[in-house]
Design a protein around this ligand. Structure first.
Ligand SMILES: NC(=O)c1ccc[n+]([C@@H]2O[C@H](COP(=O)([O-])OP(=O)(O)OC[C@H]3O[C@@H](n4cnc5c(N)ncnc54)[C@H](OP(=O)(O)O)[C@@H]3O)[C@@H](O)[C@H]2O)c1
Length: 332
């Protein structure tokens, strides 16, 4: 499919750090693919907690990297399903027309066109709709990398803290698929959902102190990140592992103090606490898309929003109440 790419495009911009309500549509130059890159016609963009952090410039520690006063890249959205409409130098022109899914670098997805790295592209099979494929890279990829960090395997008992969000809904399904017995925390309203994804026991985090759950675990996937590590560690078997995924932390340093505490607590202990620093991984995304195509993993999607409602999607993520994923469809 060859199309004429316009010189400018309307995009959702957050020109300044702030809340979702400060995000507005405006015209910007259509990006050009450089060497090793492609230009995608965006079909769907899934939102992530990372979009909220970048939108708010939070924690402040990140601002030197992402823009001191305003975001260097003002367009949010990292996880994109789309069609290749142009290629940069070094990329075969025959790829134009391919339907793909990809994690972008630092945003750009809430726009009709977005530039992506060719070496990250995963083919999207026709049976996996764009709004489903787009959910995979960050949430699914983080869940896989967290399970790997925690060495989760068949026969183990795993506790997923924060099981109802984007990462958690993948983590429960993928740990179950590995043959682990999954216990999980989530809000009361989401217990049934989380159990339908494979968890054998669930606990309402508002009424149950997870640190007092009466069992021990080979692995804890800590996505919520709000309980003292010292207490969580007591839930581990003697060689168990905590994989630290999430948690908001302070306004300035974010998760750094918790990471330092984890390092300190791990000294001389067989029970380890390990950071998950998920990175874009093409092989993992390829496996996840294949699992979705086979129906072995079913991404949980709370809302698929039309392009014009993208700001509502960002506001929903900002609320921290998302059940599974929020996806914004590409502009018609
Ligand atoms: N380390 C990494 O590489 C990496 C990668 C991706 C994401 N993350 C981090 O992982 C965290 C989760 O990301 P996400 O995309 O899954 O977020 P999300 O989709 O926004 O998570 C929202 C869900 O979390 C539930 N929740 C909130 N507080 C909870 C608690 N204390 N205990 C149990 N459940 C709780 C909410 O349930 P209720 O509505 O019932 O409150 C809601 O369903 C974020 O902090 C994100 O920054 C880290």
């Amino acid at each position: 499919m060859r199309i004429t790419v316009p010189a400018t495009m309307p995009a959702w911009l957050n020109d300044r750090y702030g809340t979702a309500s400060g995000t507005a549509q405006d015209a910007v130059p259509t990006p050009q693919p450089g060497p090793g890159e492609v230009l995608l016609r965006v079909r769907a963009t899934a939102l992530n907690a990372a979009d909220v952090h970048l939108m708010q410039g939070d924690p402040l520690l990140l601002r030197p990297m992402f823009g001191l006063r305003r975001p260097k890249q003002p367009i949010r959205g990292n996880d994109v399903a789309g069609a290749i409409v142009a290629v940069g130098a070094d990329v075969d022109e025959s790829r134009i027309g391919e339907e793909v899914v990809v994690e972008l670098d630092g945003g750009g997805g809430l726009a009709p066109f977005a530039v992506a790295r060719a070496d990250r592209l995963v083919a999207r099979p026709a049976k996996v709709a764009p709004e489903i494929a787009a959910t995979v890279p960050i949430s699914g990829g983080t869940a896989v990398q967290a399970l790997d960090v925690a060495l989760v395997e068949a026969g183990q008992r795993v506790l997923v803290l924060g099981a109802s969000g984007g990462v958690g809904t993948f983590a429960v399904q993928l740990a179950t698929l590995r043959g682990a017995e999954v216990w999980a925390t989530c809000g009361e309203a989401n217990r049934e959902l989380v159990e339908s994804l494979g968890a054998t026991r669930t606990f309402d985090y508002r009424t149950t102190d997870a640190a007092s759950i009466p069992s021990s675990f080979d692995a804890i996937i800590d996505i919520a990140g709000d309980l003292p590590l010292r207490r969580l560690r007591r839930l581990l078997t003697p060689t168990g592992v905590i994989a630290m995924v999430g948690g908001e932390g302070g306004r300035v340093l974010g998760p750094i103090p918790r990471m330092l505490r984890a390092m300190f607590l791990s000294i001389g202990s067989r029970r380890s606490i390990r950071m998950v620093m998920a990175v874009a991984n093409r092989e993992i995304n390829e496996q996840l898309v294949a699992l979705a195509a086979e129906g072995r993993v079913a991404p949980v999607i709370e809302q698929v929003l039309p392009w014009d409602a993208a700001v509502d999607g960002l506001a929903r993520l900002e609320s921290g109440r998302t059940v599974g994923k929020v996806v914004v469809l590409g502009r018609e």
